[in-house]
Design a protein around this ligand. Structure first.
Ligand code: PLP
Length: 386
């Protein structure tokens, strides 16, 4: 066993200079779909890239180490990773998911339920009684997302995992919003971690990808096997780019969350802003849990404009440093309007129940200079008529 390295060292250097033929420092990209046999009935370690590919395996190994897992499957998208963990539930099984989960996850769970592939119930996991009632129905799998999208609600992973273990449920945490740099769910009792590597892990808004990390090596065979059967494994080129992005995960996220904290306190003091949702603010309802289970508060936040939809229109048309776009976790700052963009498909009533109003804006804070971000917000807020 190699000695335990600091995660910063693993992110920056796992697999560096391990290529033996030429001594390449950057691990090579093997685009080949197929690998030659050494002779009749003599296969080498790789045969076909849907099944396994050296560069993709290195990304999986790096992600598994960062999350403290036994291994990982790298998938073609975050949704493919969510679907892969759902393959553990059969037609007689129940899945529990957060009522405010990622929209794509909500759509996938509902669609699979409608096809009779399993049953699902959506619950507010911060409501202990509601969660206990759902767990009494002995679910096979419980999905957790914390902090949630777009209101950054925080739930206690360890406490939920303990309750799940009591009823024999497996626990999967979508760790996309924080990355292993700021939260390690397996150490808190989760069995699986799901990522949209599209977001912080790649970090440069130029790859769509995902990963499923498992804590127990006994889960490796069924998951790798199902990923190969269904062909949801990621492309070697995407894996190469994602590992390249992952090299700088720690410094990126540290700098981005410092910018986010500055943005959150600036917005909290502005008269045009009626609420700011950022777990780093002492006024945030999830602040205490976030302090205990996270290594930082992240670089995502949302806020409410008192002027509603008209104020939103003025604001998003005035921003120059922030870009109006979906997605998150890249080096560039983005602003999204959940009601008309990310959560448009959710339906008005479900949105109201989840607390997503017309004046809500979500920010993914990037790596730009703090002063430029603040002055952009300042000028865009001043474009809103009183
Ligand atoms: C983006 C996202 C996903 C889906 O990932 P894709 O890479 O877009 O398929 C899942 N969960 C969360 C929390 C996300 O932000």
């Amino acid at each position: 066993m190699a000695e335990e390295r600091d995660p910063r060292t693993i992110a920056a250097a796992n697999g560096v200079a391990s290529e033996e033929v030429f001594g390449a420092v950057a691990p090579p990209l093997y685009l080949s779909s197929t690998f030659a046999f050494a002779g009749f009935e003599r296969n080498r370690s790789y045969e076909y890239s849907r099944t396994a590919n050296p560069g993709r395996d290195l990304l999986a190994d790096t992600l598994a180490k960062l999350e403290g897992g036994a291994g990982a499957v790298v998938t073609s998208s975050g949704m493919a990773a969510v679907d892969l963990v759902l393959s553990l539930a059969g037609s007689a099984d129940l899945v529990i998911a957060p009522h405010d989960c990622y929209g794509g996850t909500y759509r996938l769970l509902s669609a699979r339920r409608d096809k009779g592939q399993f049953d699902v119930i959506f619950v507010d996991q911060s409501d202990r009684a509601a969660l206990a009632a759902a767990l009494a129905r002995k679910p096979k799998l419980v999905l957790i997302e914390t902090p949630s999208n777009p209101l950054l609600r925080v739930v206690d992973i360890h406490q939920i995992a303990v309750c799940c273990k009591e009823v024999g449920a497996r626990v999967a945490v979508d760790n996309t919003f924080l990355s292993p740099a700021l939260q390690r769910p397996i150490g808190l009792g989760a069995d699986f971690v799901v990522h949209s590597t599209t977001k912080y892990l790649n970090g440069h808004s130029d790859v769509v990808g995902g990963a499923l990390i498992y804590g127990d090596a006994a889960d490796a065979e069924p998951l790798h096997s199902w990923a190969n059967i269904t062909g949801v494994t990621g492309s070697p080129f995407d894996a190469y780019l994602t590992l390249r992005g992952l090299r700088t995960l720690y410094p990126r996220i540290e700098r981005q969350q410092a910018n986010a904290a500055a943005v959150a306190s600036y917005l909290a003091a502005h008269p045009a802003v009626s609420a700011v949702y950022y777990p780093g603010l002492a006024t945030h309802p999830g602040h205490a849990i976030a302090c205990a289970q996270q290594m930082g508060f992240g670089a995502m936040l949302s806020f409410e404009l008192a002027g509603g939809l008209e104020a939103v229109r003025r604001f998003v048309e005035a921003v120059r440093v922030f870009t109006l776009a979906e997605s998150l976790g890249g080096v560039e700052s983005l602003v999204a309007h959940p009601v008309t963009m990310t959560h448009a498909g959710m339906g008005e009533e479900a949105r109201r129940e989840a607390g997503i109003g017309d004046g809500l804006l979500r920010l993914s804070v990037g790596l730009e200079a703090e002063a430029d971000l603040i002055s952009d917000l300042k000028q865009a807020l001043s474009a809103i008529p009183d």
